[in-house]
Design a protein around this ligand. Structure first.
Ligand code: P6P
Length: 353
Protein backbone atom coordinates (compact mmCIF):
# COMPACT_ATOMS: atom_id res chain seq x y z
CA UNK A 1 0.00 0.00 0.00
CA UNK A 2 1.30 3.58 -0.61
CA UNK A 3 2.54 5.11 2.66
CA UNK A 4 -0.37 7.59 2.93
CA UNK A 5 -2.90 4.74 2.70
CA UNK A 6 -1.30 2.73 5.48
CA UNK A 7 -3.41 3.25 8.60
CA UNK A 8 -1.33 3.84 11.72
CA UNK A 9 -1.60 0.77 13.94
CA UNK A 10 -3.90 1.49 16.88
CA UNK A 11 -2.30 1.27 20.29
CA UNK A 12 -3.89 -0.66 23.11
CA UNK A 13 -5.48 0.55 26.33
CA UNK A 14 -2.66 -0.90 28.47
CA UNK A 15 -0.13 0.98 26.31
CA UNK A 16 -2.10 4.21 26.78
CA UNK A 17 -2.18 3.75 30.56
CA UNK A 18 1.55 2.90 30.63
CA UNK A 19 2.38 6.20 28.88
CA UNK A 20 -0.10 8.34 30.85
CA UNK A 21 1.18 6.95 34.16
CA UNK A 22 4.77 7.48 32.99
CA UNK A 23 3.89 11.11 32.16
CA UNK A 24 2.07 11.57 35.47
CA UNK A 25 3.64 9.34 38.16
CA UNK A 26 0.96 10.42 40.66
CA UNK A 27 -1.47 8.28 38.63
CA UNK A 28 0.67 5.13 38.85
CA UNK A 29 -1.57 3.67 41.57
CA UNK A 30 -4.51 3.74 39.16
CA UNK A 31 -2.82 1.74 36.40
CA UNK A 32 -3.75 -1.74 37.72
CA UNK A 33 -7.18 -0.47 38.74
CA UNK A 34 -8.07 0.89 35.30
CA UNK A 35 -6.62 -2.22 33.62
CA UNK A 36 -8.96 -4.30 35.78
CA UNK A 37 -11.92 -2.04 35.03
CA UNK A 38 -11.31 -2.49 31.30
CA UNK A 39 -11.24 -6.28 31.81
CA UNK A 40 -14.50 -6.00 33.78
CA UNK A 41 -16.07 -4.06 30.91
CA UNK A 42 -15.06 -6.86 28.52
CA UNK A 43 -16.76 -9.39 30.82
CA UNK A 44 -19.88 -7.22 31.12
CA UNK A 45 -19.90 -6.76 27.35
CA UNK A 46 -20.01 -10.52 26.90
CA UNK A 47 -22.74 -10.94 29.50
CA UNK A 48 -24.85 -8.24 27.81
CA UNK A 49 -24.29 -9.83 24.38
CA UNK A 50 -25.44 -13.21 25.70
CA UNK A 51 -28.01 -12.04 28.27
CA UNK A 52 -30.98 -13.43 26.40
CA UNK A 53 -29.39 -16.73 25.34
CA UNK A 54 -27.45 -17.70 28.45
CA UNK A 55 -30.36 -17.23 30.83
CA UNK A 56 -28.28 -14.84 32.94
CA UNK A 57 -31.29 -12.62 32.53
CA UNK A 58 -34.34 -12.57 34.75
CA UNK A 59 -35.05 -11.72 38.37
CA UNK A 60 -32.32 -12.52 40.88
CA UNK A 61 -33.66 -15.05 43.42
CA UNK A 62 -32.45 -16.42 46.74
CA UNK A 63 -31.70 -20.12 47.37
CA UNK A 64 -35.41 -20.74 47.99
CA UNK A 65 -36.21 -19.20 44.62
CA UNK A 66 -37.74 -16.03 46.09
CA UNK A 67 -36.94 -12.74 44.32
CA UNK A 68 -34.08 -10.91 46.04
CA UNK A 69 -35.23 -7.84 47.95
CA UNK A 70 -35.51 -4.58 46.10
CA UNK A 71 -32.30 -2.56 45.76
CA UNK A 72 -31.89 1.03 46.92
CA UNK A 73 -33.60 2.17 43.72
CA UNK A 74 -36.68 0.17 44.70
CA UNK A 75 -36.08 -2.18 41.76
CA UNK A 76 -36.15 -5.97 42.02
CA UNK A 77 -32.56 -6.70 41.11
CA UNK A 78 -32.03 -8.60 37.90
CA UNK A 79 -29.49 -11.44 37.96
CA UNK A 80 -27.54 -9.52 35.35
CA UNK A 81 -27.41 -6.38 37.54
CA UNK A 82 -26.16 -8.40 40.51
CA UNK A 83 -23.56 -10.20 38.40
CA UNK A 84 -22.27 -7.00 36.75
CA UNK A 85 -22.12 -5.31 40.14
CA UNK A 86 -19.99 -8.14 41.52
CA UNK A 87 -17.68 -8.03 38.49
CA UNK A 88 -17.18 -4.26 38.71
CA UNK A 89 -16.76 -4.32 42.50
CA UNK A 90 -14.12 -7.05 42.38
CA UNK A 91 -12.31 -5.24 39.56
CA UNK A 92 -11.94 -2.12 41.68
CA UNK A 93 -11.24 -3.88 44.98
CA UNK A 94 -9.19 -6.87 43.88
CA UNK A 95 -6.95 -5.30 41.24
CA UNK A 96 -4.52 -3.81 43.72
CA UNK A 97 -4.54 -2.46 47.25
CA UNK A 98 -5.08 1.09 45.97
CA UNK A 99 -8.86 1.32 46.30
CA UNK A 100 -10.10 1.63 49.87
CA UNK A 101 -13.88 1.47 49.37
CA UNK A 102 -16.51 1.54 46.65
CA UNK A 103 -20.04 2.92 46.30
CA UNK A 104 -22.33 1.29 43.75
CA UNK A 105 -25.74 2.19 42.36
CA UNK A 106 -26.74 -1.36 43.25
CA UNK A 107 -25.81 -1.17 46.96
CA UNK A 108 -27.50 0.83 49.70
CA UNK A 109 -24.19 1.68 51.42
CA UNK A 110 -20.55 2.00 50.33
CA UNK A 111 -18.44 -1.11 50.96
CA UNK A 112 -14.83 -1.42 52.12
CA UNK A 113 -12.70 -3.48 49.76
CA UNK A 114 -11.41 -5.56 52.67
CA UNK A 115 -15.01 -6.76 53.13
CA UNK A 116 -15.64 -7.16 49.39
CA UNK A 117 -12.53 -9.34 49.05
CA UNK A 118 -12.90 -10.84 52.53
CA UNK A 119 -9.21 -10.12 53.02
CA UNK A 120 -7.76 -7.30 55.14
CA UNK A 121 -4.84 -7.02 52.70
CA UNK A 122 -7.23 -5.00 50.53
CA UNK A 123 -8.92 -1.71 51.27
CA UNK A 124 -5.93 0.28 52.51
CA UNK A 125 -5.57 2.45 49.41
CA UNK A 126 -5.67 6.19 48.83
CA UNK A 127 -8.61 6.03 46.39
CA UNK A 128 -12.34 5.37 46.51
CA UNK A 129 -14.47 4.43 43.50
CA UNK A 130 -18.10 5.03 42.54
CA UNK A 131 -19.93 3.23 39.76
CA UNK A 132 -23.16 2.21 38.12
CA UNK A 133 -22.22 -1.23 36.81
CA UNK A 134 -24.95 -1.58 34.19
CA UNK A 135 -27.01 1.54 33.70
CA UNK A 136 -30.31 1.15 31.88
CA UNK A 137 -30.18 -2.65 31.99
CA UNK A 138 -33.93 -2.83 31.25
CA UNK A 139 -33.04 -1.73 27.70
CA UNK A 140 -31.57 -5.17 27.10
CA UNK A 141 -35.19 -6.42 26.73
CA UNK A 142 -35.25 -4.65 23.37
CA UNK A 143 -31.56 -5.22 22.58
CA UNK A 144 -30.87 -1.51 23.07
CA UNK A 145 -27.53 -0.05 24.20
CA UNK A 146 -26.57 -0.05 27.90
CA UNK A 147 -23.51 1.20 29.74
CA UNK A 148 -21.27 1.19 32.82
CA UNK A 149 -20.25 4.48 34.46
CA UNK A 150 -17.48 5.03 37.03
CA UNK A 151 -15.52 7.69 38.87
CA UNK A 152 -12.47 7.64 41.14
CA UNK A 153 -11.77 10.06 44.02
CA UNK A 154 -8.88 10.30 46.46
CA UNK A 155 -9.59 9.64 50.11
CA UNK A 156 -9.14 12.70 52.28
CA UNK A 157 -5.75 12.54 54.01
CA UNK A 158 -5.86 12.25 57.77
CA UNK A 159 -9.58 11.47 57.80
CA UNK A 160 -11.10 8.01 58.44
CA UNK A 161 -12.61 6.48 55.28
CA UNK A 162 -16.36 6.00 55.66
CA UNK A 163 -19.59 6.83 53.85
CA UNK A 164 -18.85 10.55 54.28
CA UNK A 165 -15.64 10.09 52.26
CA UNK A 166 -17.86 9.74 49.19
CA UNK A 167 -19.56 13.09 49.72
CA UNK A 168 -17.01 14.98 47.58
CA UNK A 169 -17.97 17.30 44.74
CA UNK A 170 -17.03 16.28 41.22
CA UNK A 171 -14.12 18.74 41.08
CA UNK A 172 -12.28 16.18 43.23
CA UNK A 173 -12.67 13.40 40.67
CA UNK A 174 -9.25 12.02 39.66
CA UNK A 175 -10.68 9.86 36.84
CA UNK A 176 -14.06 9.26 35.25
CA UNK A 177 -15.24 6.99 32.50
CA UNK A 178 -17.92 4.92 30.94
CA UNK A 179 -18.22 1.86 28.74
CA UNK A 180 -20.98 1.83 26.11
CA UNK A 181 -22.19 -1.61 25.00
CA UNK A 182 -23.77 -0.85 21.62
CA UNK A 183 -23.06 -1.27 17.89
CA UNK A 184 -19.49 -1.16 19.09
CA UNK A 185 -18.24 -1.40 22.65
CA UNK A 186 -16.30 1.71 23.55
CA UNK A 187 -14.54 2.66 26.77
CA UNK A 188 -14.31 6.44 27.24
CA UNK A 189 -11.95 7.77 29.93
CA UNK A 190 -10.61 10.99 31.34
CA UNK A 191 -7.69 11.22 33.78
CA UNK A 192 -8.13 14.96 34.08
CA UNK A 193 -6.22 16.00 30.97
CA UNK A 194 -8.55 15.33 28.06
CA UNK A 195 -10.84 12.48 27.01
CA UNK A 196 -9.87 9.37 25.04
CA UNK A 197 -11.91 6.49 23.59
CA UNK A 198 -11.00 2.83 23.20
CA UNK A 199 -13.06 0.56 20.97
CA UNK A 200 -13.15 -3.17 21.73
CA UNK A 201 -11.83 -5.40 18.99
CA UNK A 202 -13.96 -8.46 19.82
CA UNK A 203 -11.79 -10.82 17.79
CA UNK A 204 -8.76 -10.26 19.99
CA UNK A 205 -10.66 -8.88 23.01
CA UNK A 206 -8.55 -5.72 23.14
CA UNK A 207 -9.56 -2.07 23.66
CA UNK A 208 -7.84 -0.09 20.86
CA UNK A 209 -7.17 3.67 21.03
CA UNK A 210 -9.62 4.76 18.34
CA UNK A 211 -10.49 8.23 19.68
CA UNK A 212 -7.54 10.48 20.67
CA UNK A 213 -8.37 13.62 22.65
CA UNK A 214 -12.12 13.71 21.99
CA UNK A 215 -13.46 17.26 21.60
CA UNK A 216 -17.23 17.86 21.64
CA UNK A 217 -18.41 20.35 18.99
CA UNK A 218 -19.01 23.77 20.60
CA UNK A 219 -22.58 23.66 19.31
CA UNK A 220 -24.68 20.74 18.09
CA UNK A 221 -28.01 19.81 16.53
CA UNK A 222 -28.96 16.97 18.88
CA UNK A 223 -31.29 17.53 21.79
CA UNK A 224 -31.93 14.45 23.92
CA UNK A 225 -34.76 14.66 26.46
CA UNK A 226 -37.63 12.38 27.41
CA UNK A 227 -40.25 14.80 26.16
CA UNK A 228 -43.07 12.66 27.55
CA UNK A 229 -42.24 14.61 30.73
CA UNK A 230 -42.54 17.98 28.92
CA UNK A 231 -45.50 19.15 30.99
CA UNK A 232 -43.58 18.39 34.20
CA UNK A 233 -40.44 20.26 33.15
CA UNK A 234 -39.53 23.65 34.67
CA UNK A 235 -40.73 26.53 32.51
CA UNK A 236 -37.15 27.41 31.40
CA UNK A 237 -36.71 23.90 30.00
CA UNK A 238 -40.08 24.05 28.24
CA UNK A 239 -39.19 27.40 26.68
CA UNK A 240 -35.73 26.15 25.69
CA UNK A 241 -37.15 23.05 23.97
CA UNK A 242 -39.76 25.16 22.21
CA UNK A 243 -37.04 27.51 20.97
CA UNK A 244 -35.05 24.53 19.67
CA UNK A 245 -38.08 23.34 17.70
CA UNK A 246 -39.23 26.66 16.29
CA UNK A 247 -36.06 28.77 16.42
CA UNK A 248 -36.02 32.18 18.07
CA UNK A 249 -34.11 35.44 17.84
CA UNK A 250 -31.29 33.93 19.90
CA UNK A 251 -31.68 30.16 19.40
CA UNK A 252 -30.94 28.35 16.14
CA UNK A 253 -33.68 25.85 15.20
CA UNK A 254 -32.42 22.30 15.85
CA UNK A 255 -33.33 19.38 13.65
CA UNK A 256 -32.28 16.33 15.57
CA UNK A 257 -34.24 14.95 18.54
CA UNK A 258 -32.65 11.72 19.77
CA UNK A 259 -33.58 9.81 22.92
CA UNK A 260 -32.68 6.16 23.56
CA UNK A 261 -33.47 6.14 27.28
CA UNK A 262 -30.03 4.82 28.16
CA UNK A 263 -27.89 7.57 29.64
CA UNK A 264 -24.52 6.29 28.41
CA UNK A 265 -25.82 5.91 24.84
CA UNK A 266 -27.57 9.29 24.80
CA UNK A 267 -24.61 11.12 26.37
CA UNK A 268 -22.07 9.44 24.07
CA UNK A 269 -24.17 10.45 21.04
CA UNK A 270 -24.01 14.08 22.23
CA UNK A 271 -20.27 13.85 23.03
CA UNK A 272 -19.45 12.64 19.52
CA UNK A 273 -21.96 14.69 17.50
CA UNK A 274 -22.60 17.75 19.66
CA UNK A 275 -25.83 18.99 21.23
CA UNK A 276 -27.44 18.63 24.64
CA UNK A 277 -28.71 15.75 26.79
CA UNK A 278 -31.01 16.55 29.68
CA UNK A 279 -32.83 14.84 32.49
CA UNK A 280 -34.53 17.78 34.24
CA UNK A 281 -36.48 17.64 37.49
CA UNK A 282 -40.05 16.42 36.99
CA UNK A 283 -43.08 16.16 39.26
CA UNK A 284 -42.19 12.50 39.80
CA UNK A 285 -38.48 13.18 40.36
CA UNK A 286 -38.12 16.50 42.18
CA UNK A 287 -34.31 16.48 41.72
CA UNK A 288 -34.31 14.68 38.39
CA UNK A 289 -33.76 10.95 38.04
CA UNK A 290 -29.99 10.70 37.56
CA UNK A 291 -27.64 10.11 40.47
CA UNK A 292 -25.04 12.79 41.15
CA UNK A 293 -22.21 10.64 42.51
CA UNK A 294 -21.94 7.84 39.94
CA UNK A 295 -23.86 9.12 36.91
CA UNK A 296 -24.00 12.90 36.51
CA UNK A 297 -20.68 13.96 38.07
CA UNK A 298 -18.47 11.48 36.11
CA UNK A 299 -20.31 12.41 32.91
CA UNK A 300 -19.91 16.12 33.70
CA UNK A 301 -16.15 15.67 34.17
CA UNK A 302 -15.91 13.91 30.81
CA UNK A 303 -17.95 16.63 29.11
CA UNK A 304 -15.84 19.46 30.58
CA UNK A 305 -12.60 17.64 29.75
CA UNK A 306 -13.85 17.32 26.15
CA UNK A 307 -14.61 21.05 25.97
CA UNK A 308 -18.29 20.78 26.87
CA UNK A 309 -20.31 21.48 30.01
CA UNK A 310 -22.41 19.87 32.71
CA UNK A 311 -25.05 21.92 34.53
CA UNK A 312 -28.00 21.46 36.88
CA UNK A 313 -29.64 24.46 35.17
CA UNK A 314 -28.40 26.79 37.87
CA UNK A 315 -24.85 25.61 38.64
CA UNK A 316 -22.00 23.40 37.45
CA UNK A 317 -22.68 19.76 38.27
CA UNK A 318 -19.06 19.40 39.41
CA UNK A 319 -19.63 22.07 42.06
CA UNK A 320 -22.52 20.17 43.70
CA UNK A 321 -21.39 18.48 46.93
CA UNK A 322 -23.47 15.34 47.58
CA UNK A 323 -25.37 15.19 50.86
CA UNK A 324 -25.93 11.45 50.47
CA UNK A 325 -24.58 8.70 48.23
CA UNK A 326 -27.65 8.23 46.05
CA UNK A 327 -28.62 11.88 45.73
CA UNK A 328 -30.26 12.81 42.44
CA UNK A 329 -29.55 15.99 40.49
CA UNK A 330 -31.15 17.74 37.48
CA UNK A 331 -28.69 17.07 34.67
CA UNK A 332 -27.84 18.87 31.43
CA UNK A 333 -24.75 17.71 29.57
CA UNK A 334 -23.28 18.64 26.19
CA UNK A 335 -21.84 21.30 23.94
CA UNK A 336 -20.74 24.45 25.71
CA UNK A 337 -23.04 26.73 23.70
CA UNK A 338 -26.08 24.48 24.05
CA UNK A 339 -25.71 24.12 27.82
CA UNK A 340 -24.95 27.83 28.14
CA UNK A 341 -28.16 28.63 26.21
CA UNK A 342 -30.17 26.43 28.54
CA UNK A 343 -28.67 28.10 31.61
CA UNK A 344 -29.61 31.49 30.17
CA UNK A 345 -33.22 30.33 29.94
CA UNK A 346 -33.04 29.38 33.62
CA UNK A 347 -31.58 32.78 34.36
CA UNK A 348 -34.39 34.69 32.68
CA UNK A 349 -37.45 32.43 32.97
CA UNK A 350 -36.96 30.44 36.15
CA UNK A 351 -39.64 31.01 38.75
CA UNK A 352 -36.86 30.39 41.24
CA UNK A 353 -35.50 33.89 40.62
P1 P6P B 1 -36.74 7.66 31.50
C1 P6P B 1 -32.04 4.15 32.81
O1 P6P B 1 -32.99 3.60 33.70
C2 P6P B 1 -31.77 5.57 33.28
O2 P6P B 1 -31.28 5.60 34.56
C3 P6P B 1 -30.79 6.24 32.33
O3 P6P B 1 -29.92 5.36 31.74
C4 P6P B 1 -31.71 6.86 31.30
O4 P6P B 1 -31.14 8.00 30.70
C5 P6P B 1 -32.94 7.24 32.13
O5 P6P B 1 -32.99 6.33 33.22
C6 P6P B 1 -34.20 7.08 31.31
O6 P6P B 1 -35.28 7.47 32.15
O7 P6P B 1 -37.55 8.24 32.64
O8 P6P B 1 -36.58 8.64 30.36
O9 P6P B 1 -37.18 6.30 31.06
Amino acid sequence: LPKQLKKKALTTFPRYLEIECWKRPELRGLEPVLQAVAEACKQINRIVQRAQTDDVYGVAVDVAGNPLEENVQGEVQQKLDVLCNTIMMQAFCGSSCNIHSVASEEDDEPRCCADVMNDSVFGQGEYIAVFDPIDGSKNIDASLPVGSIFGIYRTQPGKPVNADSFLQDGNSLVAAGYCLYSATTILVLTLGSGVDGFTLDPDVSRFLHTHQDIRIPSNGAIYSFNEANYNDFDEPVQKYLSALKHGSSSIKKRSTARYIGSMVADVHNVLINGGIYGYPRTLGNKEGKLRLLYESAPMAMIMEQAGGAGSTGSRRILDVKPKETHQRVPTFLGSIENVFELDQFYKYYSDEQ
